[in-house]
Design a protein. Structure first.
Lengths: 285, 180
């Protein structure tokens, strides 16, 4: 059985699912509203002869049918950031507001971090955490190129994230006396088996192993738990992956709902979506 | 405790650390670390060199990490803070002539009213490719904000050093691009 066959019982139209996984991804950029507006970015692209089309769900996400994102005037001004459409979904759902304090638990290379800063109008605090020093250098370079001033970077295991560096005298104490202020929102965009990246990286399914899914699910649970603990009562946590495996999605949420003080909430998104599954015909053997 | 959050008594507080961020003292009266620039001096420098109103920087705190490297961060956190990134590197203040970063100029340079050199598109392309070029400039020598026109407005692109009739590109190697 192939990896994708594993999920056929979960989709209405397996042929359409397979066909979608084989379609190449178009080049897409997000307009960096820290430095410019959507209108001026489109004007600049037109001026340098690059066609752009607004996506139907997000005016700041532009498809570039004929060009790659990296070598043009609006890009070098930090007005554009190459980012897939689907990668822009979690921060939109989290919907942070100017002045808020936000944690990006698995931040590198920073596409979502800088999108969160832009949603704050770069006025607030985004704590961007990653455990990989090499990937953090990409994160820092993206935050600087895009002109984000509200991002603080920590290199640590998100499961043991410390709030202490960000405490101020005015803050409510955190869950323990050693902690600083809690976050208003947290984005938990965890490391995963990345099955959903098959459109840009067809090899991802060749390297797939169930043991890896099980292993990474343990890490995902730990990070999501820490995010719920580090977020204030009434705050919002968004959990996202780029994989299909229910072990890394619904099962992780089930775990957090059982272990931590949190509940599922509805959200608005101008994209077709489906709720998570509540049962699955597990294939054994 | 000193007002910049450091302990005046300990030796460790009196020198600069390369692995943590220390908030700049507001004024020289509050300075603990010798030669550390003050917030007042940083705001005056942006104002005197580029005409950027100090009020623009009011919501931001300024930090030193590594000798003379000054970072700009929205809001504030307790000082010192031992983390791996804080806002953006805004200027280098170790030498006699302070040097702004490309990132700070792109972000705040639209507030500048002096020492901005405006380039044509071909000149801007040479500048961003890292090339030095002979250009006429009537103003001060030293670090200039380089602008060009994009989407109908003058936009800050980076930092050039003007000396001896020549504009030297200060675009960092990793940021240079060959653009038409």
């Amino acid at each position: 059985m192939t990896v994708l066959e594993r999920y056929e019982p979960l989709v209405d139209d397996p042929d359409a699912f397979r066909a979608a996984c084989e379609r190449p991804l178009p080049a897409v950029v997000r307009v960096n509203t820290i430095k410019t507006t959507v209108d001026r970015a489109r004007e600049a692209l037109a001026e340098v002869g690059i066609a752009s089309e607004q996506t139907d769900w997000h005016p700041g996400m532009l498809r570039l049918p004929e060009a790659q994102p990296g070598a043009n005037w609006p890009y070098v001004h930090g007005w554009l950031h190459g980012q897939e459409e689907v990668s822009a979904v979690p921060a939109e759902v989290l919907d942070p507001q100017p002045g808020e304090r936000v944690w990006d638990a698995c931040a590198a290379p920073g596409s979502k971090t800088t999108q969160l800063a832009a949603l704050l109008d770069d006025e607030g605090l985004v704590v961007a955490t990653d455990n990989n020093m090499g990937r953090v250098s990409a994160l820092r370079s993206n935050t600087e190129r895009l002109g984000a001033t509200s991002v603080a970077v920590t290199v640590e295991d998100a499961r043991n994230h410390s709030l202490k560096p960000f405490a101020t005298a005015d803050d409510e104490p955190g869950p323990t006396t050693a902690d600083g202020a809690l976050y208003d929102r947290a984005l938990v965009d965890v490391p995963c088996s990345c099955e959903g990246t098959v459109r840009k990286n067809p090899d991802v399914l060749d390297e797939w192993e169930f043991a890896q899914v099980e292993g990474v699910a343990g890490v995902q649970k730990g990070i999501l738990r820490r995010a719920v603990q580090a977020t204030r009562a009434g705050g919002t946590v968004v959990y996202s992956t780029c994989t299909f495996a229910p072990e890394e999605n619904e099962a992780v949420l089930d775990y957090a709902l059982e272990e931590e003080a949190c509940e599922l909430v509805e959200f608005d998104l101008p994209l077709e979506s489906s709720p998570g599954i509540t049962e699955w015909l597990e294939v054994t053997g | 405790m000193a007002p910049d959050g450091t302990d005046r008594g300990s030796g460790a507080a009196r020198k600069n650390h390369s692995d943590r961020f220390d908030r700049l003292p507001a004024t020289t009266d509050e300075r603990v670390v010798a030669r550390r620039p003050t917030r007042e001096a940083v705001l005056s420098w942006w104002d005197e060199r580029f005409g950027i109103d100090p009020a623009i920087f009011e919501p931001y705190s300024f930090w030193e990490r590594g000798g003379g490297k000054i970072w700009l961060f929205y809001g504030d956190v307790p000082s010192p803070v031992d983390i791996d990134g804080l806002g953006m590197l805004a200027l280098r203040a170790r030498q006699e002539h302070w040097k702004p970063t490309l990132e700070a100029v792109q972000r705040f340079g639209d507030h500048a009213t002096r020492n901005c050199i405006h380039l044509s598109r071909p000149e801007a392309a040479r500048f961003f490719a890292g090339e030095d070029q002979e250009l006429d400039w009537d103003g001060d020598w030293g670090y200039l904000i380089v602008t060009h026109e994009l989407a109908g407005k003058r936009e800050p692109l980076g930092v050039g050093l003007y000396v001896h009739g020549e504009l030297r590109s200060m675009v960092p190697k990793g940021r240079r691009r060959e653009l038409g």
